[in-house]
Ligand binder design. Structure first.
Ligand code: SAH
Length: 385
């Protein structure tokens, strides 16, 4: 069995640094690149990062990297990799993705087909199977990906399966949900800490509130889901069971959070409650049906996080302009509160009525959005002497 792996965590554009910070907080060194963070580790690292990273998309193993200008080089390069350390006899190994960028080889289906042939031939050799007979692929699945960038091929195996944003708690989505890993990343980027009040006044299916509660209670985001690596023979089941047990034991029982979600749509509030219950955090969040225009609070030093409707899909432009203006008027009195608002509307600040202290470009799927950040004025609580 291999001891050390080259690994990458993939991340949405704009969130790489957040993923990098999470990996460093787990005690590892890493390199942040476009769309990915590179790090190294063992089988335990593969288990832990899948289970614990809140903002990443997937964890992949780098099987190898080599120059490939011709199909012959590609074939030989893939053939030379140590497949016997990953794929047992019987493994299913689709070349699930091939991507060529700025390279001589650009026909992706051919890259896929050649790579498949090379892996098949290697396995036939190492498992002493006759070359004419196709390999039976009825075992666990190893999804292989090939990317060729500037004539350099990189071969990866995905350890995760369906993206890490799928935590397993959201059964109902509502209209336009934000991805769980994006919501978590925004919370990690924000100045919210579990001892501060948090409000999402356009909470929809409750994603921000639920992710915040999971951060506050130290609930591993992957605790309720399955990962591809769990089916692999060289990742011992007892290690996986132990990691899950430790994660369960690490859930904080001693904290009380102050998290509130509201939405104009009562149907979504029901969905948010169901999702929070699924996630095991329903007793930490108060959800209610309310228009954001009616938001009032006496509390101080809190954080508002909101992903309001933006254009076309949900509301027409005039309605958006009005909603953002009213949002600005409603939030303005909350001077000690910080506000983090995610929208694709480039006129947001003008409509809201205040320039953001900081803006950060992110992608919600393929849609370019900005996170408008307004920092609250810090005030000290009155202390009676
Ligand atoms: N982040 C949410 C999705 C938000 S979509 C999630 O992950 O599910 C925007 C939400 O704003 C919708 O749920 C919509 O019902 C709500 N909304 C629209 N106008 C509103 C208003 N005036 N007050 C409160 N909520 C509103």
């Amino acid at each position: 069995m291999k001891e050390q792996f080259q690994l990458i965590a993939t991340a949405a554009a704009g969130l790489e640094a957040v993923v990098g910070k999470e990996i460093r907080n787990m005690g590892m060194e890493c390199q942040v690149e476009n769309g990915r963070v590179r790090f190294q580790g063992t089988v335990d690292t593969i288990i832990q990062t899948n289970l614990w990273l809140r903002s990443a998309d997937r964890i992949k193993i780098v099987v190898g990297s080599f120059p490939a200008k011709t199909f012959e080089q590609l074939f030989q390069g893939v053939f030379a990799l140590d497949w016997e350390n990953y794929l047992p006899l019987g493994a299913k190994f689709p070349i699930s993705k091939a991507k060529c960028v700025k390279s001589t080889l650009h026909n992706e289906p051919s890259v896929q087909a050649i790579s498949k042939k090379a892996v098949v031939k290697k396995l036939q050799k190492v498992y002493a199977r006759p070359e004419g007979v196709p390999l039976i692929e009825n075992g666990p699945e190893f999804k292989i990906e090939i990317s060729i960038l500037k004539d350099q091929a990189t071969v990866l195996i995905d350890t995760t399966g369906s993206s890490l944003f799928k935590r397993g708690y959201r059964t109902e989505k509502g209209g336009a949900p934000i991805k769980e890993n994006m919501a978590a990343a925004i919370l990690l980027l924000s100045n919210w800490f579990p001892d501060k009040p948090l409000i999402d006044p356009t909470c929809g299916s409750g994603t921000f509130c639920i992710e915040a509660a999971m951060i506050g209670l130290n609930i591993a985001p992957g605790l309720q889901r399955h990962f591809s690596f769990e089916d692999w023979n060289w990742i011992p089941n007892d290690k996986i069971t132990k990691a899950r047990q430790e994660a369960r034991a690490a859930i904080r029982q001693d904290v009380t959070l102050d998290i509130a979600g509201s939405d104009i749509d009562a149907r979504l509030i029901d969905i948010a409650r169901q999702n929070a219950e699924q996630a095991g955090v329903d007793d930490q969040i108060s959800f209610k049906q309310m228009r954001l225009q009616d938001l009032r609070t006496e509390k101080i030093n809190g954080v508002i996080v909101s992903n309001p409707p933006y254009g076309e899909r949900l509301l027409d432009d005039e309605a958006i302009a009005k909603l953002y203006r009213e949002m600005g008027e409603t939030f303005a009195p909350l001077k000690t509160w910080s506000k983090f608002i995610l929208t694709s509307d480039e006129l947001f600040e003008e409509r809201y009525g205040a320039l953001a202290d900081k803006k950060r470009k992110l992608y919600n799927g393929t849609l370019k959005v900005d996170l408008y950040q307004y920092f609250g004025q810090r005030v000290r609580r009155q202390v009676d002497k």
